[in-house]
Design a protein around this ligand. Structure first.
Ligand code: ATP
Ligand code: MG
Length: 440
């Protein structure tokens, strides 16, 4: 396949950074990725590591996963591996499986294939799965990637890094730069707006001025992104350990507003909600750093909380029971949201639970309190209560009560939950409550 001698290919020959001049050693690469690279090479194909893994290692970060690019076609890849599955339709990718792990192998992509990343199934118009120019040369493959630092190729042949777009210099300068004309590249695939912010925040890079300028101008084009793809992207923005910096940057460029217009408006009007958002992002980052689980349900419960409240409050003032008001407000908020960012039901259902649990925390003793403690979503609801309590002093005592209650077990818990144990009081750790004590 393509070499730089081909007259139809661009004349740009790569800058080759030899092994002694970069920091990517085979020791940084997973055994499975190495097996794939060597197997392709031994079959006579070009094989490179490319994308996030090369970028992350060169920046001194641990890569999340390893992606391989090759000139072998999907069929050729399949023949080279026993443990291979082909996925995708028009642009087919190979997954080489090793138990639970797999390595993704992509054939170099050509110019014609410029409709962004594989965001779900594509229409196959005339039944032809592969158009003539889907696959291409390594130069073309480099050009259709998004940022220069994402287009570096580690060559298993001689351990050098190949750079067609100036990514190596950009990495050294810690600069994030789109390949090609920024506005055009963002319009082709508006998800790149969010990727720019995500990489800038995660890797603490400076965004090159030409790449930065459209960020404030093209937010509205996110409307054209399929909602399911935006959901995936939103999770990467907020649940991968850099939510605080990412949120600040999104707000700075008006992209937070483009993603969550109602939440952004509430945050502008209510400083308490703005702080709640910020604290939620802080907590999420801490949890990720400690390898604790984080869930999209909790994230969206926070992101949509103020929009929910702005509907609940007038409904309750009109005499609607609180539970019903939350229910119908949730319907409305969620249906507005999913038009733009598709939150799957497996997350929207627990998100509603978190909301519905909030008024139930006021039942501090008796059967209702015990049932609440046993609720499968109690912990998430309680964490949410604490987050609210940080901004709302009138909830501080309630938060404290439930914190202490959870430390109790056995008889102490039973006593604390006993209806006569003094509504509104602190759970007693030992001894009997004095008669008449209100517990305040
Ligand atoms: P990370 O996995 O850490 O989020 P990554 O750079 O590996 O970062 P992926 O989404 O895994 O991101 O994509 C792998 C590579 O595919 C990228 O490095 C880039 O070269 C290319 N790529 C991904 N999405 C796009 C896109 N929307 N437009 C152009 N190229 C893309
Ligand atoms: Mg990746």
């Amino acid at each position: 396949m393509g070499t730089s001698q081909d007259p139809h290919k661009p004349p740009n020959s790569p800058r080759i950074i030899p092994r002694p001049e970069h920091t990517l050693s085979r020791g940084c690469v997973s055994q499975n990725a190495l097996k794939v690279l060597y197997r392709l090479k031994d079959c006579g194909y070009q094989s490179y590591l490319v994308g996030g893994c090369v970028r992350d290692v060169l920046l001194g970060h641990e890569p999340k996963d390893f992606d391989v690019a090759t000139d072998a076609t999907p069929e050729q890849i399949r023949k080279a591996f026993r443990n291979c599955r082909l996925i995708g339709r028009r642009f087919r990718l190979a997954h080489i499986h090793f138990g639970r792990d797999y390595i993704e192998v992509a054939t170099f992509r050509g110019r014609g294939d410029d409709d962004g990343d594989d965001g779900g199934d594509r229409e196959v118009r005339d039944g032809r799965l592969i158009s003539d120019n889907v696959y291409g040369s390594i130069e073309e493959d480099a050009e259709r990637r998004d940022f220069t630092i994402n287009a570096l190729y580690y060559n298993i042949e001689d351990f050098s890094v190949r750079d067609y777009v100036g990514g190596f210099e950009d990495l050294k300068a810690r600069r994030l730069r789109l390949i090609g004309d920024p506005e055009q590249r963002y319009r082709e695939d508006p998800v790149r707006l969010l990727r720019a912010v995500r990489f800038a925040a995660k890797l603490q890079l400076d965004i090159d001025p030409a790449t930065e300028k459209p960020l404030t101008e093209l937010g509205a084009s996110l409307d054209q992104v399929p909602p399911a793809r935006l959901f995936d992207e939103v999770l990467k923005l907020f649940l991968t350990g850099h939510a605080q910096r990412t949120t600040r940057l999104l707000q700075h460029y008006g992209l937070f507003e483009a993603l969550f217009p109602d939440s952004a408006r509430c945050a502008r009007e209510q400083p308490g909600y703005a702080r709640m958002l910020q604290r939620a992002m802080e907590n999420t980052d801490e949890r990720v750093a400690q390898n604790k689980p984080v869930t999209p349900a909790f994230l969206f419960a926070v992101l949509l909380w103020a929009p929910l409240q702005t509907r609940v409050e007038p409904a309750v003032a009109d005499g609607m029971p609180l539970h019903d008001a939350i229910h119908s407000a949730a319907e409305e908020v969620i249906s507005r949201q999913v038009e733009q960012i598709a939150v799957p039901r497996r997350f929207s259902v627990p998100m509603r639970d978190i909301w519905h649990l909030q008024p139930r925390f006021k039942h501090k003793v008796g059967k209702k309190a015990r049932k609440l403690l046993e609720h499968p979503r109690f912990r998430a609801g309680y964490d949410f209560l604490l987050l609210r309590a940080e901004q709302d002093e009138s909830l501080a005592e309630l938060g404290q009560y439930w914190t202490e209650l959870q430390e109790l077990s056995g008889k102490a818990l039973k006593d604390a939950l006993a209806p006569q144990s003094g509504k509104g009081g602190r759970p007693r750790r030992r001894g009997k409550q004095k008669s008449g004590e209100t517990g305040q």
